[in-house]
Design a protein around this ligand. Structure first.
Ligand code: GLT
Ligand code: MN
Ligand code: MN
Length: 386
């Protein structure tokens, strides 16, 4: 009953299950798998979709004929397995040319090259079926603010996105953009560090209706923030085009752990938010297995992400059906009807009536708020004793 199905839209990047366990201190611990092998591995564990950066699939130095062969083989693997490509993105961070950023590099040639590389990568993504295009600006930032004007950087970033939505429209592609914020790493500070910053920036774009966000659990947690609240704000704005699910201890580097492996309770409230509100875009696990894992364990990792999500989804249904929990919620939110007339939009009459209304502040402050009881019920639900 916790088996993944296509309707769950569970996806993985080639770079997630394909992660070879390299870190800043150590060499790879797993051998490199080809994109075709990774597609088959994802099919074996029951995933629905596979995402990629241009260079996860086509090496940066590939010739045109090598590219075509790689794309043919990849399409064949998709056909053989039934996997789809919901999302694609550009690697604008690995090559040394991007050491000072891509769209926000101080070097105009780098900014132009980043546009060229992204247009080519958009073509590749669309050719393979992608309808969401992610922008994670890992190198868009600084170590020292002595060398880059943050206002100029914001202007360049905006110009780049305006150029690229123009390109998508000109090509008549069915493609939306999703900006993925992160506060730092690999840069000392990354521009547009949080979901809120990205949402505000999007409203300044020429084609803002084509641009949403791709929030990642780990990235808001790195900033010490409540991920669920940020996702809710994105949903409220109609901008939750995609989501990167994983987990992360607060205050650490970007750990990209298996979904639900660290902060189970936050994971529960996140799944509940998504499921209660009919989220229907891809659920991407942007995570990787521990460096100590072999590929059998990588498969266990991949299955674990999806299984935990589905278990939490069931727990959310249980929460909604639990009479005691619902009674407490009703008690917490119940009103006595005395202020019903003040809700909704402004009117001069309402304002006058509200100003004339007398509140028994002391009585209101004494009303019970049984959040301890409620939270303990959630804990017991999650611990499986309810
Ligand atoms: C990189 C990053 C992720 C982004 C990927 C998309 S690449 O692994 O840490 O959070 O989603 O560029
Ligand atoms: Mn991450
Ligand atoms: Mn991510």
């Amino acid at each position: 009953m916790y088996d993944p199905k296509p309707e769950h839209k569970f996806s993985f990047g080639l770079w997630t299950v394909g992660n070879i366990g390299r870190d800043p201190f150590g060499e790879p611990t797993r051998t490199q798998k080809s994109p075709v092998e990774i597609v088959h591995m994802l099919a074996e564990v029951g995933a629905w979709g596979v995402n990629f950066h241009d260079n996860d699939l086509v090496p940066i130095n590939a010739t045109a004929s090598e590219r075509d062969q790689i794309v043919r083989d990849f399409k064949q693997a998709l056909d053989d397995t039934g996997l789809v490509v919901p999302m694609a993105t550009t690697n604008l961070f690995s090559d040394p040319v991007f050491r000072d950023g891509a769209f926000t590099s101080n070097d105009a040639r780098v900014r132009a090259y980043a546009l060229q590389k992204t247009m080519n990568a958009i073509d590749l993504g669309v050719e393979l079926g992608a309808t969401t295009y992610v922008f994670w600006g890992g190198r868009e930032g600084t170590e020292t603010d002595a060398g880059k004007d943050p206002l100029a950087a914001g202007k360049w970033f905006r110009e780049a996105l305006n150029f690229l939505t123009g390109y998508v429209k000109d090509q008549q592609y069915d493609l939306r953009f999703a900006l993925e914020p992160k506060p730092n790493e690999p840069r000392g500070d990354i521009y547009l560090p949080t979901v809120g910053a990205a949402l505000a920036f999007i409203e300044t774009l020429d084609d803002s209706e084509m641009v949403g966000v791709n929030p990642e659990v780990a990235h808001e947690h790195m900033a010490g923030l409540n991920f669920t609240h940020h996702v809710a704000q994105a949903m409220d704005a109609g901008k939750l085009f995609h989501i990167d699910l994983n987990d992360q201890a607060f205050g650490r580097y970007d750990q990209d752990f298996r979904f639900g492996s660290v902060n189970l309770k936050s994971a529960f409230f996140l799944v509940k938010l998504l499921e209660d509100n009919g989220y229907d875009n891809p659920r991407h696990f942007d995570a990787h297995a521990y460096r100590s894992s072999d590929y059998e364990d990588v498969k266990a990792f991949a299955r674990g992400n999806m299984r935990t999500y589905l278990i939490l989804k069931e727990k959310a249904q249980q929460f909604n059906a639990d009479a005691e929990i619902q009674a407490l919620l009703a008690e917490i939110t119940q009103t006595d009807g005395t202020v019903d007339g003040f809700g909704g939009g402004f009117s001069a009459e309402k304002a006058a009536a509200l100003q004339a209304h007398s509140f028994d502040r002391t009585a209101i402050a004494q009303r019970g708020q049984p959040y301890e009881r409620l939270d303990q019920l959630v804990v017991e639900l999650l611990l499986g004793v309810r």
